[in-house]
Design a protein around this ligand. Structure first.
Ligand code: GRF
Length: 216
């Protein structure tokens, strides 16, 4: 049984991915311990989910800071007070400074609602439909200085149906997010997942550029 891995989760919104992570820590001898949930929005529902689960919460309003660097420096201080081995971005709607990303190099994960490198940024479901893609999905990746561009860990691929709307697609992608994010976090906590010079490593082996692929 590996040692406990303390994780800090950052979010700005509803936190359904946080909920999936919380639920996953309650089953099967999980080595993951969510030490704290931090939001840049005091009213984020994700903070309520954390409180309901007895997890420490903090909020730090980015509008109270002069610029990204100052906010990120304060955020680092807040996070590091919990001494986490891993920082998990779960719908944290802030672009992070290079200093922040470097500070957590190799221990910062994000989830994105597209099959990266396709559709970085926002409105991913609508863009996949407009392009006429037959497949869509979500990606977990290590965070680097390139926005939505770090080495991929795992992707879940789902078929796009003829009658899909951005909403229906978002819903099915979300369901997959809730499976692959806890899985990737657990791999990290078990010491199986790391960031190497050439990309993400699982069990010491370099993953394919797409990461571990799961087809639904
Ligand atoms: C998810 O779609 C995730 O891929 C993106 O932000 C959204 C967060 O959703 N990074 P939730 O707050 O976890 O429900």
């Amino acid at each position: 049984m590996p040692a406990t891995c303390d994780v800090v989760v950052l979010l700005s919104g509803t936190g359904s991915n946080l909920q999936a992570l919380i639920d996953s820590t309650r089953t099967g001898n999980s080595p993951v311990r969510i030490a704290a949930v931090i939001s840049n929005r005091a009213d984020a529902y994700g903070l309520q989910r954390a409180r309901d689960a007895g997890i420490e919460t903090r909020s730090l309003d980015h509008k109270a800071f002069e610029g990204r660097e100052a906010f990120d420096a304060a955020l680092i201080e807040l996070i590091d007070a919990f001494n986490p081995k891993l920082v998990v971005l779960a719908g944290f709607m802030r672009i992070l400074s290079a200093d922040f990303v470097r500070h957590y190099a190799g221990r910062l994960l994000n989830i994105h609602p597209s099959l990266l490198p396709k559709y970085k940024g926002l409105h991913t479901h609508q863009r996949a439909l407009e392009t006429g893609d037959t497949e869509h999905g979500c990606s977990v990746h290590f965070v680097t200085e390139e926005l939505d561009g770090g080495p991929l860990v795992v992707q879940a691929v789902i078929p796009v149906e003829l009658q899909d709307s951005p909403q229906s697609l978002a819903q099915r992608v979300h369901t997959q997010e809730h499976l692959i994010y806890p899985m990737a976090v657990r791999w990290f906590a078990e010491g199986r997942l790391s960031l190497g010079e050439d990309g993400a490593l699982l069990d010491g082996k370099l993953l394919a550029p797409s990461g571990h692929l799961i087809r639904i």
